[in-house]
Design a protein around this ligand. Structure first.
Ligand SMILES: [Zn+2]
Length: 339
């Protein structure tokens, strides 16, 4: 069974891994991302691929990039943390490596990995929600990644949760990721430490007395110790998470949600309030089955594993036990009805 390479390109690091047909990561190399240099990032990706393929015969490359990928999956139209603007990454990598290459949004690639090999296995309709610095996601509808008319679908962190709410990096206000992300958790904690220092005594102690030094892991630690202020913060953020999930359920009616990312994988601290808010806000709650909610299983390797599997699906000579379904999923246009 052939091997493919999956590359996860973030704002600070490039990770390239060799992945087999079962989604097992066999080897991995990492490089820093020269984020200010668009062509340089491409060259670093190519160099990482060259290094990791030296010991493994591979047939194709999949790249999951943090950015907006065009519908043809050839160009990065915009990347918030890399200086790519309408950049022809697919052509560059194919020229440098001689390997057929597919591009995908990094959150889509990670969601695909959970669907194929992780906590999303066994359902046809899945929403993967990555709760980290922001909120990202990937949506699988009837066993296919939802890409949208222009390739920009599933930006679930930017659904409006609060009218005239907190400003967001996307240019609008009140987006979900400003309330239900790891960044929101830290913001809540710092505000509490500043304005109610008596309640936040334990958090301030962990942060050396500086409200602006409170970190997310300190909130988690204090909450696990039973600190009421830290648990209140988790309750606030978890409630926002649950409300957002209820909105997504109203639109996509998934069989399952998978929560990923640092905050998503915290567990009951977040999940207890999120589940309560989810049930409370779910439309038609008395008349519909509740979607399952599970924690992601593949961790930080999901982006590589998913990108590699999408490369395999687009290049069936790489060999795959699920070639038919995945090959159709990977087609850029018009073939979805052939299933
Ligand atoms: Zn936004």
């Amino acid at each position: 069974m052939g091997l493919t390479i999956g590359v996860d390109v973030g704002g600070t690091k490039i990770a390239a891994g060799v992945v087999d047909a079962d989604g097992t990561l066999l080897a991995e190399v990492r490089r820093a991302t020269p984020a200010d240099d668009p062509a340089g990032v491409g060259e670093s990706i190519a160099a990482a691929i060259t290094e990791v393929r030296a010991a493994h015969p591979v047939t194709a490359v999949g790249i999951g990039a943090a950015g907006m990928i065009d519908r043809a999956r050839a160009r990065v139209m915009f990347a918030p943390n890399v200086a790519w603007r309408d950049f022809p990454l697919k052509d560059l990598i194919e020229t440098r490596t001689g390997l057929p290459t597919v591009l995908e949004n990094d959150a889509n690639a990670a969601a695909w990995a959970e669907y194929r090999f992780g906590a999303g296995q066994g359902v046809d309709d899945l929403v993967v929600v990555t709760l980290g610095t922001g909120i990202g996601g990937g949506i699988i509808v009837d066993r296919q990644l939802l890409r949208g008319a222009h390739g920009f679908a599933a930006e679930i962190g930017h659904i409006e949760m609060q009218a005239n709410g907190r400003r967001c990096g996307c240019g609008r206000r009140g987006c979900w990721e400003r309330y239900g992300s790891g960044t929101a958790l830290v913001q809540e904690a710092r505000e509490l430490a500043r304005f109610r220092p008596g309640s936040a005594a334990r958090l301030l102690e962990l942060a050396g007395g500086d409200p602006d030094a409170v970190q997310g892991h300190q909130v988690t630690r204090a909450a696990r110790e039973g600190d009421p202020a830290a648990r209140e913060i988790y309750h606030t953020v978890g409630t926002w998470v649950g409300r957002g999930l209820a909105d997504l359920a109203a639109i996509f009616d998934p069989g399952r949600f998978v929560l990923a990312g640092g905050l998503g994988e915290v567990g009951d601290l977040l999940w207890d309030p999120a589940a309560a808010a989810f049930a409370e806000n779910l439309t038609g709650r008395d008349y519909r089955p509740l979607p399952e909610i599970r924690i992601a299983r593949l961790g930080g390797g999901a982006g590589m594993i998913g990108a590699a599997d999408l490369a395999r699906a687009a290049n069936p000579q790489a060999g795959s036990a699920v070639r038919t379904a995945s090959a159709i999923v990977a087609e850029p246009s018009g073939l979805n009805t052939i299933v």
